[in-house]
Design a binder for this molecule. Structure first.
Ligand SMILES: Nc1ncnc2c1ncn2[C@@H]1O[C@H](COP(=O)(O)OP(=O)(O)OP(=O)(O)O)[C@@H](O)[C@H]1O
Length: 253
C-alpha cells in the first residue's frame, strides 16, 4: 500500500535518513522503533508527504506520492504529529471534527459526522467532548490529536508516538484500536518507544538507528542482541513481548 523506495533525506549537509526501503501493507500495524534521533519522525513525515525526500520516492497504491493532489493525499492518509500544539479554547468535538476537512463537509456536517463521535469514544474523550480543548491535560491533548486523525477514516494512518503521554490503560486501548483498524484493512504505521507494546501488538517492526533501517522483522525475531546493540539495554521477556530491563555496561554500537 505504501512503498518507501530507497528514500534518503539530507539537510544542511546532515544526512538524516539513508536509503530506506520498506513496504507497509494494508491490514497491518507496523511499528517504527529505534533510539532518539534515529530518523523515525523524518521517515514518517516523508511518508506523509510533509517533508520532500532528497533521494528515492514513496509510492502509494502504485502512484508516486508527488503525483497525488493534496486533496487525494489528505483523504488517503491521516497523520498524527509527535508534537501536540496548544489548542485554542474551542470544544474538543470541534477539534476532532477538523479530521473531516478533506471531505469538504460543512462545519455542522463535520461536527455531527459519526466518525467524529466514534473517534472521540475510541480515545476515551466522549465525556469531554464539549470541554474547551485548551483545558485538556497533556495525555488528553495527545488523545485528541489521535481522535482528529481517526476521524479522517483514511486507509493509511501514520501516528508519531501516539501513546508516549498516555497512562497504561489508554495506551493499551489505543493499541487495540490500531489492531481493530488493521483488521478492517487499514495500513497503520506507528512510531513507538515502548518495546513491550511494539512487540505485543505490531505485526512488523522497522528498527532504525542513526538514519538507517537496520531490521524489518516480525516481533518474534527481535533478539536481545538487536536491542542491546541498538539501545544499549538488556531485555526481559513477558510472554513473547520484550521489556527493556537494564543499561548495558558497554556502550551501544
Ligand atoms: N534541520 C536539521 N538539521 C540537522 N539535523 C536535524 C535537523 N532536523 C532534525 N535533525 C536531526 O535528525 C535526527 C533525526 O530526527 P528524527 O526526529 O527523525 O528522530 P526520531 O527517531 O524521530 O527521534 P525521537 O525518538 O527523539 O523523536 C535527529 O538527530 C535530529 O537532531
Amino acid at each position: 500500500m505504501l512503498n518507501v523506495q530507497n528514500v534518503g533525506f539530507s539537510i544542511e549537509g546532515a544526512q538524516l535518513l539513508q536509503s530506506a526501503s520498506v513496504r507497509f501493507e494494508a491490514g497491518s500495524v507496523t511499528a517504527l522503533i529505534g533510539p532518539n534521533g534515529a530518523g523515525k519522525s523524518t521517515l514518517l513525515r516523508i511518508m506523509a508527504g510533509l517533508l520532500p525526500a532528497t533521494q528515492g520516492q514513496v509510492v502509494c497504491n502504485g502512484a508516486p506520492l508527488q503525483q497525488l493532489t493534496l486533496a487525494q493525499r489528505a483523504r488517503l492518509m491521516a497523520y498524527m504529529p509527535q508534537d501536540v500544539p496548544p489548542f485554542p479554547p474551542m470544544p474538543v468535538r470541534e477539534v476532532a471534527s477538523l479530521g473531516r476537512l478533506p471531505y469538504g463537509e460543512s462545519s455542522a456536517q463535520a461536527l455531527h459526522h459519526p466518525a467524529v463521535a466514534q473517534a472521540l469514544a475510541e480515545v476515551g474523550l466522549q465525556d469531554l467532548a464539549e470541554r474547551p480543548a485548551s483545558q485538556l491535560s497533556g495525555g488528553e491533548r495527545a488523545r485528541l490529536m489521535l481522535a482528529r486523525a481517526l476521524a479522517v477514516q483514511a486507509p493509511i494512518l501514520l501516528a508519531d508516538e501516539p501513546v508516549a503521554a498516555l497512562d497504561p490503560a489508554h495506551a493499551l486501548a489505543v493499541m487495540q484500536v490500531f489492531c481493530k483498524l488493521a483488521a478492517q484493512g487499514t495500513c497503520v504505521v506507528v512510531v513507538l518507544h515502548d518495546l513491550l507494546l511494539a512487540t505485543r501488538f505490531c505485526k512488523t517492526l522497522v528498527l532504525m538507528q542513526q538514519g538507517h533501517v537496520r531490521h524489518i522483522i516480525p516481533p518474534a525475531r527481535l533478539t536481545d542482541d538487536m536491542v542491546r546493540q541498538t539501545y544499549g539495554v538488556t531485555t526481559r521477556r513477558v510472554e513473547n513481548a520484550v521489556v527493556p530491563w537494564d543499561l548495558c555496561t558497554a556502550q551501544p554500537n
